[in-house]
Design a protein around this ligand. Sequence first.
Ligand SMILES: N[C@@H](CCC[C@H](N)C(=O)O)C(=O)O
Length: 353
Amino acid sequence: MSPAAAAARVTSFAANFTTSTAPSSGGRLLRPFCGNPRPRRAVASMAVSAPKSPAAASFLERRESERALHFVKYQGLGNDFIMVDNRDSAVPKVTPEEAAKLCDRNFGIGADGVIFVMPGVNGADYTMRIFNSDGSEPEMCGNGVRCFARFIAEVENLQGTHSFKIHTGAGLIIPEIQDDGKVKVDMGEPILYGPDVPTKLPSTKNEAVVKAELAIDGLAWHVTCVSMGNPHCITFGSKELKVLHVDDLKLSDIGPKFEHHEMFPARTNTEFVEVLSRSHLKMRVWERGAGATLACGTGACAVVVAAVLEGRAERKCVVDLPGGPLEIEWREDNNHVYMTGPAEAVFYGSVVH
Ligand SMILES: N[C@@H](CCC[C@H](N)C(=O)O)C(=O)O
């Protein structure tokens, strides 16, 4: 959705919500935008000239009340997040139940998750925590960590190239903001040992679960299981459907059957992949706790690892997602996976909760 459309939707919120729009690319946050148009107050676009009554004034002041939660809406290839500045506390400012309500696309702000920017621990600069749109808490989020890095650069007024050490449920993650504004992230090492992914599927190649069979909907799917801190089940097809045409899949039917399959004790994210060439893959994703999303950064990393393990692709690939492409490299020298892609602020606002 365009920023203008997003702002328009938010203006229709009930009394609890106010927002401002931000430029679509690289907007400055929490202070005037530099070199870009100043953000427009979405509420100011209403053509009402009557003097404010006391009631109207108090209504508008709610956005500054003590109970207001200020947020910035971010997106990375259309995977969108409500970013909360939680740097003053190690306790998230919203509960999982509140997060699910805020993420609701009809009754809330609308997002795939809520991300909290928290104080660092164990030598890290910051801690990232995230709630999925169903309120569950995953270990990591690839698109989210790129948005997180851009948020930090904005609030700390950093220009140019910068990297940060982020403590996450998947360990230390290191995003680096590049000169072109994209964010390259050292996503660490993939986990391939089945019980650690976790999956109950038996290992098929050393200790990894590669091209194992999983019966769903009368098909024998071939799946490879990879954790990037969070669990992923990757499929390039089944015994019956040798090659997948990912655009033909009815994700809302098939996705939940993978997510809740008994072979995945912590549920799973699932990636359906089409090989366009040995360095170009196309995927759609059904995310644990969020459903079909436009992009999944950890998912794209897991897909390249799975493609290499299955002998389908090189270690450096472009992965096309519904929201756009990510560059992924699984390096042989250190076993780390690197992800490069965009992230940007869409709008900011406040909600009384
Ligand atoms: N979209 C994210 C992944 C978010 C977490 C996921 N839904 C889970 O529960 O593991 C990404 O970009 O990696």
